[in-house]
Design a protein around this ligand. Structure first.
Ligand code: B12
Length: 211
């Protein structure tokens, strides 16, 4: 697999901030045809751009409008460049953000990676109340549950949903991820036996290859 050249990243990033959807699309298309995987595109292009945008937005060097525009372009590119599974599986997976969590792009990528691995996905997106997640898990009876948490402020909501799932669905594997866990996953998750923290969609893909 080629390493994604920084020149393409800068070109993509500048096009994103210019709002040039077509150029962003063309760059992704070119990179895929050039042999890059969809996982490289998700992590080394989309995730990296959004993290950089987050820093500049935080420092007031980018406006809320520019951040919203870039996020929406990336969301639409994730839909347009959905990976083709090499095989189809029966097992269902629920992917959801926790209550009051509006960051859903990571969870959307996670859904696509489950699909790449053939799973039958149910993507709930942003801001799903805990009791609704539990109800839906009972209804769908998924093989895996994947929970995304980005905003530290939502710590109690995260612990609430994971605690409930861990008790009620003790025989299910619960994957968790998102930036709020990137430095504290050991501390938050040590008491849960069937909860597994996964940092990026590249790591998730590696884990799913063993199932
Ligand atoms: C876009 C964005 C928004 C958009 C989200 C739009 C959308 N449709 O998702 C909007 C405008 C809604 C938003 C709002 C806010 N945001 Co915001 N946002 C961002 C930004 C710029 C990008 C987020 C993103 O999509 N990143 C790219 C994705 C791909 O990365 P990711 O989420 O980490 O996901 C990857 C991995 O973590 C992993 N992963 C994620 N989930 C899961 C789950 C599983 C199971 C697995 C296996 C893996 C996995 O896989 C993904 C791919 O590798 C970030 C900056 C940043 N550093 O990310 C800030 C950021 C996340 N936001 C932040 C803040 C503070 C806010 C607001 C409070 C701002 C405000 N004052 O209103 C609100 C809070 C809203 C809420 N209640 O959730 C902070 C969060 C700090 C923190 N950790 O607490 C950040 C880091 C910005 C910053 N530098 O301060 N935001």
């Amino acid at each position: 697999m080629n390493t994604l050249n920084q020149i393409y990243f800068i070109d993509f990033y500048n096009s994103l901030l210019d709002g040039d959807k077509q150029k962003c699309y063309d760059i992704v298309n070119f990179l895929l045809e050039d042999g890059h995987s969809i996982l490289d595109i998700y992590v080394d292009l989309f995730q990296k751009s959004l993290y950089r945008i987050g820093k500049l937005w935080d420092q007031r060097e980018l406006s809320i409008s520019e951040e919203h525009m870039a996020s929406n372009i990336i969301s639409s590119l994730i839909e347009r460049f959905s990976p083709e599974p090499s095989r189809k599986r029966e097992e269902k997976v629920i992917v959801t953000c926790i209550d009051k969590e509006f960051h859903e792009i990571g969870a959307k990528m996670v859904t696509k990676v489950f699909e790449l691995n053939g799973f039958n996905t149910f993507f709930l997106g942003a801001n799903v109340p805990t009791k609704e997640i539990l109800k839906f898990v009972r209804q769908i009876e998924p093989y895996f549950i994947a929970i995304s948490w980005s905003l530290y402020l939502n710590l109690s909501r995260f612990l609430d949903v994971v605690d409930n799932l861990d008790k009620i669905f003790a025989n299910k594997t619960i994957f968790v991820g998102g930036q709020a866990l990137s430095e504290n996953s050991d501390q938050f998750l040590k008491k849960f036996t069937n909860v597994k923290y996964i940092p990026t969609v590249k790591d998730l893909h590696q884990v799913l290859l063993n199932y």
